[in-house]
Write a protein that binds this ligand. Structure first.
Ligand code: DC
Length: 223
């Protein structure tokens, strides 16, 4: 099959990243978890004590960020760099970031700033010889890659998502974040038109990945 794009969207703790990473390894895809990108920018603004309401300061910050952000490939993962610092998942799951990330992510200028950056991952994945790109987030299938070959939307009950977070050992206001993410006016969290919905409340990671794999493989076989 020629180079292809897989998008995976869904609410907080809906299993997007673990399933996407598994698919990336099975199909040799570049994996990008864009929640970390919004978290990294939130870290940047919080560290500078810039309020989400201060439009001018946000614009100045984004100008500075233009020269700072970069994606590097480590194994099959796209790693977000701010200057020469790799922004790691551990530090980006900090409580203060989790508390404010939805507020910063609702700012249209921040979203459009990241749009082309996320789209540029196609070139990166091709340059590195991957078979495709799998990107997960909230608006990947609806806004970033609406024409992707495969678009999935993962769902799970709030209870099972809370349990997942507890097992991972950090606190998260899943309900509040989903509400903020799905009611913002720019690129809200939605199941993209035509995307395949998978409820994984009672499914293992492997079952979900297999269901996605089946969809991809049946298309590949038909070609
Ligand atoms: O995937 P995550 O829970 O780490 O994402 C953190 C926040 O980033 C999420 O609450 C909303 C925002 N986000 C977004 O608005 N759009 C994306 N494509 C990915 C994340």
């Amino acid at each position: 099959m020629p180079f292809f794009i897989v998008t995976v969207d869904g609410g907080a703790a809906s299993g997007k990243s673990s399933t996407s990473k598994l698919l990336a390894s099975k199909l040799n895809l570049l994996y990008a978890g864009t929640g970390l990108y919004y978290r990294a920018l939130t870290r940047f603004f919080l560290d500078r004590k810039i309020s989400p309401d201060d439009k001018m300061a946000i614009a100045v910050g984004l100008n500075e960020l233009l020269f700072l952000i970069e994606v590097k490939v480590k194994g099959r993962e796209a790693v977000f760099f701010l200057g020469d610092k790799a922004m790691t998942e551990d530090e980006l799951k900090a409580d203060d970031i989790t508390k404010y990330v939805s507020t910063f992510a609702a700012i249209p200028e921040i979203r459009s700033f990241l749009k082309e950056f996320q789209r540029s991952h196609v070139d990166v994945a091709q340059r590195y010889g991957f078979n495709g790109l799998i990107m997960e987030g909230r608006d990947i299938g609806s806004v970033i890659f609406p024409l992707a070959e495969f678009r999935f939307f993962l769902e799970a009950s709030e209870e099972s998502r809370q349990q997942r977070r507890q097992k991972e050992g950090f606190s998260d206001s899943i309900h509040e974040r989903d509400l903020a993410d799905s009611t913002r006016s720019t690129a809200p969290l939605v199941c993209p038109d035509g995307a395949i919905r998978i409820d994984n409340s009672n499914k293992s990671l492997f079952e979900v990945a297999q269901a996605m794999l089946d969809v991809i493989q049946s298309t590949a076989d038909a070609k």
